[in-house]
Design a protein around this ligand. Structure first.
Ligand SMILES: *[C@@H]1O[C@H](CO)[C@@H](O)[C@H](O)[C@H]1NC(C)=O
Ligand SMILES: *[C@@H]1O[C@H](CO)[C@@H](O)[C@H](O)[C@H]1NC(C)=O
Ligand SMILES: *[C@@H]1O[C@H](CO)[C@@H](O)[C@H](O)[C@H]1NC(C)=O
Ligand SMILES: *[C@@H]1O[C@H](CO)[C@@H](O)[C@H](O)[C@H]1NC(C)=O
Ligand SMILES: *[C@@H]1O[C@H](CO)[C@@H](O)[C@H](O)[C@H]1NC(C)=O
Ligand SMILES: *[C@@H]1O[C@H](CO)[C@@H](O)[C@H](O)[C@H]1NC(C)=O
Ligand SMILES: *[C@@H]1O[C@H](CO)[C@@H](O)[C@H](O)[C@H]1NC(C)=O
Ligand SMILES: *[C@@H]1O[C@H](CO)[C@@H](O)[C@H](O)[C@H]1NC(C)=O
Ligand SMILES: *[C@@H]1O[C@H](CO)[C@@H](O)[C@H](O)[C@H]1NC(C)=O
Ligand SMILES: *[C@@H]1O[C@H](CO)[C@@H](O)[C@H](O)[C@H]1NC(C)=O
Length: 537
């Protein structure tokens, strides 16, 4: 894109690269639907993929093609649902030594490839009568070589080893679902307990029975894989069972803090891959934040919800909607940043905030009734979960993160870019220097942008910087390069505007980013800028 010399102050470089790795957005995804035998109901499950486009002119390809809803061009903010018939189905025991946990390593080719011309987010849902589960799908380029397994929750009638009774069909181990999205065969191993290993060919998926071991377990692969933790029919109540399904997040190197939203925690256990807390009561006395160097999953009958660590908070999310169910979203945010949350265009006022004991976080839950909600923060980050419930049967997943860079204008799918160039040139030549790196010399016609840019630029480094402001030699009036009205001024205090025909902004901390006139031929560093792309739904 550029002919830049590379000598640019990349003021926001760290933030911009973080925004690419920490979102749920991508162009390639592999989706599988686990076996859903819930509720003893003769109907077959309805499996759907939801794709939300973030940019206009997004072209989707799904292979094999969906049963309903043909892929087409999507516009920014549009969510399309595609019905799929492809399901993983039963475990195949034929290649296994016996039917003991850890020895069943069953391979299927029932994967679905999604590719997109531009970044999208993908979620998968499976509905079978009352059993509903949804999962966030991590894009292929954000998958990892290592995943920590949570302890297997103890569910009466599902995992207990008691005498066989009538409800025996519900009884069985949890399974790991490991997908190989790459073009090569991948070697995977489950380590830390009853160690096993195997190969998964390109585009295939393995289902492996897992049970508890006394040590913490992890999956390790020689190429990136996706890992889900699942049970096709975990006992709930009233002689029913439901699908349990959650993605495992890639293993991290460090201990992370996971705030637990109180509304879900009341009847839940937290499954920590390096520890186990049975029930909320036992950790409420310490704090509503759990720490783990691995995976933290909230479990309550019918729901496995992967928790979001502080480091992975986002600033903008899309929240889906399942018809005929109670849908809501749960927000966790720092108590000083409750203001600034917006649902669509509307600021979130009058929310009912609950404290997370012993922390600086607060949480709220909001009912949603529209098919597709955009939720964003104008100055901070937060965690958002999509959850739903029907007759005490829960489902949900972390809402897909669309952006991690808060922006006062809205949901920034492509963050703004501000650079002060290293090359000091005349005002006229600076216009070209900015163009050369795909930006433009900044116009500060908008008061909010002036304030925002001022907060982002370093003070007491470079003293004066060129901005896109100039005086017409015909009329003598000041104008902006972007042609917006020059009706909002921010002249530096105590300065008499002199004979200079071009505008500079002062970055001395005492000058509050005030403007001044300057000789256009002086060599000064320019501030180059590109507006964010704001997503609207
Ligand atoms: C996408 O297209 C719609 C109209 O088709 C337009 O209103 C909108 O501004 C476009 N959005 C972006 C981000 O370009
Ligand atoms: C679920 O199954 C029951 C029993 O067959 C049936 O009466 C009910 O209508 C079904 N509900 C849904 C949402 O499909
Ligand atoms: C797995 O281990 C944890 C921690 O020891 C325990 O709380 C849980 O009940 C065990 N699950 C099963 C299915 O035995
Ligand atoms: C999906 O892509 C993989 C390669 O990444 C390929 O091996 C596999 O056959 C594809 N599956 C389908 C259903 O297109
Ligand atoms: C399943 O069987 C156990 C006895 O092992 C019993 O306690 C439990 O209530 C049964 N569950 C259901 C849902 O019937
Ligand atoms: C994990 O830690 C090691 C050593 O501390 C470091 O070299 C490596 O880059 C870290 N990996 C990640 C993914 O952070
Ligand atoms: C963020 O939104 C809140 C509430 O609408 C508002 O008071 C505040 O000024 C906004 N902050 C910024 C940086 O725009
Ligand atoms: C939020 O959760 C509480 C506690 O479960 C519940 O009473 C309330 O109805 C929920 N509010 C919304 C808007 O869903
Ligand atoms: C939910 O519970 C009510 C009352 O117990 C019952 O009438 C209704 O059929 C249930 N709905 C489903 C989908 O099971
Ligand atoms: C400046 O002009 C624009 C466009 O006419 C207008 O929307 C804005 O309110 C004006 N601002 C001030 C401070 O007068």
């Amino acid at each position: 894109m550029t002919r830049t010399s590379g000598l640019v102050f990349l003021l926001l470089a760290a933030q911009i690269s973080a925004s690419q790795t920490l979102t749920s957005t991508g162009k390639e995804f592999v989706v599988v639907f686990p076996e859903n035998i819930a509720y003893y109901h003769p109907s077959s499950p309805e499996n759907k993929i939801w794709i939300t486009a973030l940019h206009n002119g997004t072209v989707i390809t799904i292979s094999p093609p969906p049963a309903e809803g043909s892929p087409q061009n999507l516009i920014a903010g549009e969510t399309k649902s595609f019905k799929m018939t492809q399901e993983l189905g039963k475990l195949d025991f034929s290649n296994s030594l016996n039917s003991a946990p850890f020895e069943v390593f069953s391979i299927s080719d029932k994967t679905i490839n999604i590719t997109s011309s531009k970044d999208v987010v993908v979620q998968a849902i499976s509905i079978k009568n009352r059993s509903v589960q949804s999962a966030l799908v991590i894009p292929a380029d954000k998958l990892s070589l290592k995943y920590f397994l949570p302890p297997v929750p103890e569910i009466e009638g599902t995992t207990d080893q008691g005498v066989l009774v009538v409800n025996v069909t519900e009884r069985g181990p949890f399974r790991l679902i490991i997908i190989n999205p790459s073009y090569d065969t991948v070697k995977v191993a489950i380590k830390g307990g009853g160690e096993i290993s195997g190969d998964i060919k390109s585009g295939e998926v393995a289902q492996i029975w897992v049970t508890n071991t006394s040590t913490s377990q992890f999956v390790e692969a020689d190429k990136p894989v996706a890992v889900f933790f699942s049970h096709p029919c975990a006992t709930q109540y009233d002689c029913t069972c439901g699908l349990l399904h959650a993605m495992l997040p890639p293993a991290k190197n460090r201990t992370m803090k996971f705030p637990v939203p109180p509304v879900l925690a009341e009847q839940a256990s937290i499954l920590l891959s390096d520890q186990h807390f049975k029930g909320y009561e036992s950790f409420k006395s310490y704090s509503a934040v759990v720490q783990s160097a691995g995976t933290a999953i909230l479990y309550q009958p019918s729901l496995l919800l992967t928790l979001i660590p502080e480091e992975e908070f986002g600033s903008c999310f899309v929240v889906p909607f399942i018809e005929n169910k109670k849908n809501f979203l749960i927000i966790v945010v720092h108590k000083e940043h409750k203001d600034g949350i917006h649902v669509g265009k509307v600021p979130l006022n009058n929310a009912d905030w609950q404290e997370l004991k012993g922390t600086d976080y607060v949480s709220t839950n909001l009912s949603t009734s529209s098919p597709n909600t955009l939720i964003w923060h104008n100055s901070s980050t937060m965690a958002v979960y999509f959850v739903g419930n029907e007759n005490n049967t829960w489902f949900g997943n972390p809402a897909p993160v669309v952006s991690v860079t808060p922006d006062f204008r809205g949901c920034a799918v492509t963050p703004e870019e501000i650079n002060i160039l290293y090359d000091a040139k005349s005002w006229q030549d600076s216009i070209q220097s900015c163009k050369d790196i795909g930006l433009h010399l900044i116009s500060l016609s908008d008061k909010n942008l002036q304030k925002h840019v001022c907060s982002k630029l370093p003070k007491n480094g470079v003293q004066n910087v060129w901005i896109g402001m100039r005086r017409s030699s015909m009329t003598g009036d000041w104008y902006w390069l972007n042609r917006h009205p020059f009706n909002n001024t921010n002249w530096a205090p105590g300065e008499q505007v002199g004979d200079g025909q071009c505008g500079v902004m002062s970055l001395k901390s005492s000058r509050n980013c005030g403007w001044n006139d300057e000789d256009c031929c002086k060599t000064i560093h320019p501030v180059c800028y590109r507006d964010p792309v704001i997503l609207q739904i």
